[in-house]
Ligand binder design. Structure first.
Ligand code: FMN
Length: 325
């Protein structure tokens, strides 16, 4: 048994699993590791510079990878899009903002265009624009996101998308999540948190260890890390990360943080540099429950696939009790 969906054909990949383009985490080495393991790795172009992006493309070597950008941020650095398209990545993913101005430059080439959505209206817009695939992201996700939960949101987007493959994201980090996403009608999954603690991830060892020893209970959505990092995120999206002493101090007092911003930014930057995760952000989602070790991305991906196959076989036996498959 192997799991093949239309997503495998769309990207010419073996397994319907994508690495999320996590800013400052999904570099070329991690993207390449996921692609070489049979999925598709997306480099997190997030807040990167041209030099950073070139470096990460080099780190990916000859692996077939894609790239993802934060749309509102890309609007300020649109030369990054030209630089990316020159490399003809397998896929380009845009999230968080108006993708329409970029469409003419993306269309017509070999690069497949993916849009990540957090509301049904955004899904309808992506369908009307004729995108190649839609990521339906639930609020369980690590990093930025919206308010909808993955379980009802994915099938609702599947109904809107019709023939366009839908990729489920948010809270999926093992084979049980993959099997569930397929049962909801998704064509595959996009995982961030599940690969955060990979050997190849750009997260610090301390951040990886904090994520491994933490759980989904320890995460919350808020804007305070964006404020502390001086990132002017639009109010439609906030950021899921692990609670720490910084969130305990400011989550309920955003005005206080703004009033003390100058000192707090210095303190936050210093903690980031010193890798002090009691103040700096460890950006993972509810799927932190399922990350148990720092390990090669290939091990995570292959375990996910064999576990999903096992689950789907068991489900088949529930429906057809005499089936041996
Ligand atoms: C550390 C981290 C950084 C992220 N950065 C980005 C980003 O730069 N651009 C983006 O589109 N999504 C980003 N995301 C969200 C992912 O695209 C994806 O929706 C999410 O990881 C899926 O949920 P999961 O974390 O439960 O797997 C990030 C997620 C994490 C965990």
């Amino acid at each position: 048994m192997s799991i093949r969906t239309p997503l495998c054909d769309l990207f010419d990949i073996e397994h319907p699993v994508l690495l999320a383009p996590m800013a400052r985490v999904s570099g070329g080495a991690l993207a390449a590791a996921v692609s070489r393991a049979g999925g598709l790795g997306l480099i997190g172009g997030g807040y990167g510079s041209a030099d950073w992006l070139e470096h990460e493309f080099e780190a990916a070597g000859d692996a077939r990878v894609g790239v993802g950008f934060i749309t509102w941020s890309l609007a300020r650095q649109s030369y990054l899009l030209d630089l990316t398209l020159e490399r003809a990545p397998v896929a380009l993913m845009l999230s968080f903002g108006d993708f329409q101005p970029f469409l003419p430059r993306i269309r017509g080439g070999k690069t497949k265009f993916i849009v990540q959505v957090q509301t049904l209206d955004q899904a309808r817009e992506a369908v009307d624009a004729g995108v190649d695939a839609i990521v339906a992201q639930g609020t369980e996700a690590g990093g930025h996101g919206g308010a909808r939960a993955t379980l009802p949101f994915v099938p609702a987007v599947v109904d809107i998308a019709k023939e366009i493959p839908v990729i489920a994201a948010g809270g999926i980090a093992d084979g049980r999540g993959l099997a569930a996403a397929l049962a909801l009608g998704a064509s595959g999954v996009l995982c961030g948190t599940g690969f955060f603690a990979s050997d190849e991830s750009l997260a610090s060892d301390n951040a990886k260890q904090t994520a491994v020893s933490g759980s989904g209970d320890d995460t919350e959505r808020s804007s305070i890390f964006d404020i502390a990092r001086g990132l002017n995120w639009p109010p439609d999206w906030n950021n899921r990360a692990m609670r720490n002493s910084f969130t305990q101090q400011w989550s309920e007092d955003i005005e206080g943080l703004r009033q003390n911003l100058a000192e707090e930014q210095v303190r936050f930057e210093a903690a980031w540099t010193a890798d002090d995760t009691d103040i700096a952000a460890v950006i993972v989602g509810e799927a932190a429950d399922l990350i148990r070790a720092i390990e090669p991305a290939q091990a995570t991906l292959h375990r996910m696939i064999s576990q999903a196959e096992g689950r789907l076989r068991r489900i088949r036996r529930i429906v057809e009790p005499n089936s041996k498959g």
